[in-house]
Design a binder for this molecule. Structure first.
Ligand SMILES: Cc1cc2nc3c(=O)[nH]c(=O)nc-3n(C[C@H](O)[C@H](O)[C@H](O)COP(=O)(O)OP(=O)(O)OC[C@H]3O[C@@H](n4cnc5c(N)ncnc54)[C@H](O)[C@@H]3O)c2cc1C
Length: 390
């Protein structure tokens, strides 16, 4: 697993070590999880990709260069990430409803039950499930098939609310991502593609765990889910040119720079680091901010409060903040609370990476309808560049 403070160098080393397996071997073996002690058939790059220490485009292009058409499956999987992200950005109600459930009386009473406690402590007696609960907590990672089966057993066999399972994942996954996580749990529940649920089976778990597990007593029928109104579709903000006046570059765990912040022709007078989230993400944010500040010859001011942010802006002599687009989720919610403080507005300018500007609006329906956009993404000349030139 990644070191305490994941770095781009570590992620790139992991990518180059994995690359020989990103072609036909990935297509054939990716669903088999030999366990955390083994090298495995997947990249385990998600914690680096989640925080944009490495861009999705870098993974996809490296795989295409190494394997040509045989990299299609790997590139598809990489693009699931942008698909989920775009889908949620256009349906913010799915996120707000999920958050509202977590603070409801019903959620509180379920958390107090023995069944919930047994599930999160890995004491259900269900083979595989209990091991995965503890693997998630100790390593911060689960293989995709383990995530699917765990979520299925959680809601369909144990009959626990999907939202509490999603929250358990988000708390422990090092790649915890509001879009991929919430929407994958909804997909297992049958809420993403109506009527299509994911039911874990003994045989599939035995095969996908390379024979390590053979759980019995799994549900043969899906748990009923409460019907919900369709989420209204919101328009994505149109990307706008970055301001040419002096700004402070704000680095957040949502984008740690991937292959650069492309600051040429901009007037950046300082760097502010919003050090929030898990300890590893906060440390990586501080480190990424240091790197970019060194490159442009300025200072870094870390902040977690309005007062520290105000101090940084005063020190740098401007009130304009420039950052990579902040998607829906915990970082955005935390920052909005600081910016909305009644000490006066702080203008925030968000830049959209070209990869996101093309990928997100295409996530209108299912992934099948989305697939044609993958060719456009792969053809972009500067996918990590920002869509902010006039
Ligand atoms: C219930 C559930 C919850 C999930 N929660 C998260 C989450 O919080 N954060 C997260 O990044 N992924 C999540 N996923 C998707 C997927 O399980 C992980 O991205 C993947 O297991 C990461 O391991 P890897 O880096 O070895 O993937 P690889 O197979 O090596 O894939 C390469 C990269 O492609 C992306 N990717 C691959 N598969 C998916 C997918 N199905 N959806 C989205 N992106 C994908 C990831 O960025 C990954 O690093 C979830 C899946 C399920 C079923």
């Amino acid at each position: 697993m990644p070191p305490e403070t994941p770095t781009r160098a570590e992620g790139l080393a992991r990518l180059s070590a994995f690359l020989p397996r990103a072609g036909s071997a990935y297509a054939r073996d990716r669903n088999v999880d030999p366990g955390p002690q083994e090298a495995g058939h997947v990249s385990r790059l998600s914690p680096f990709v989640r925080h944009r220490l490495i861009g999705e485009w870098e993974l996809a292009r490296a795989a295409e260069q190494a394997h040509g058409a045989a990299a299609t499956k790997f590139i598809d999987e990489v693009c699931w990430r942008a698909y989920w992200r775009g889908y949620l950005e256009m349906r913010p109600a799915l996120w707000t409803r999920y958050v509202a459930y977590l603070i409801s009386d019903e959620a509180e009473s379920v958390r107090a039950t023995g069944d919930y406690q047994a599930a999160v402590e890995g004491r259900t007696g269900i083979d595989a499930f209990d091991v995965w609960a503890s693997e998630l907590i100790t390593t911060g990672y689960l293989h995709n098939h383990a995530r699917m089966s765990f979520a299925s057993i959680w809601m369909h066999t144990l009959r626990l609310p999907w939202q509490l399972g999603a929250a358990f994942f988000l708390e422990h996954l090092l790649d915890g991502d509001e879009a991929a996580n919430t929407l994958s749990w909804r997909w297992v529940a049958g809420l993403h593609t109506p009527g299509k649920v994911y039911l874990a089976s003994t045989e599939a778990i035995a095969t996908c765990s390379a024979g390590r597990f053979r759980p019995t007593g799994l549900a043969r029928h899906a748990a009923p889910v409460a019907p919900e109104p369709p989420a209204p579709v919101a328009a994505l903000p149109v990307p706008v040119p970055a301001p040419r006046w002096p700004c402070v570059l704000m680095v957040t765990p949502e984008d740690l720079g991937a292959d650069g912040f492309r600051l040429d022709n901009l007037s950046i007078v300082g760097v502010a680091a919003f050090v929030t989230g898990k300890a590893s993400a906060a440390a990586a944010t501080a480190a990424a901010a240091q790197t970019v500040a060194r490159q442009i010859g300025t200072e870094v001011r870390p902040f977690t409060s309005r007062t520290e942010l105000e101090d940084a802006l005063t020190a740098f002599g401007t009130r304009s903040l420039l950052t990579s687009r902040l998607p829906l989720g915990r970082t955005r919610t935390g920052l909005d609370a600081l910016l909305r403080d009644n000490e006066g507005p702080i203008p925030l300018y968000e830049r959209t990476r070209q990869w996101d500007a093309v990928a997100w609006p295409a996530a209108a329906k299912g992934f099948f309808a989305y697939r044609p956009v993958i060719a456009h993404l792969m053809a972009l000349t500067d996918p990590g560049g920002f869509w902010d030139r006039p």
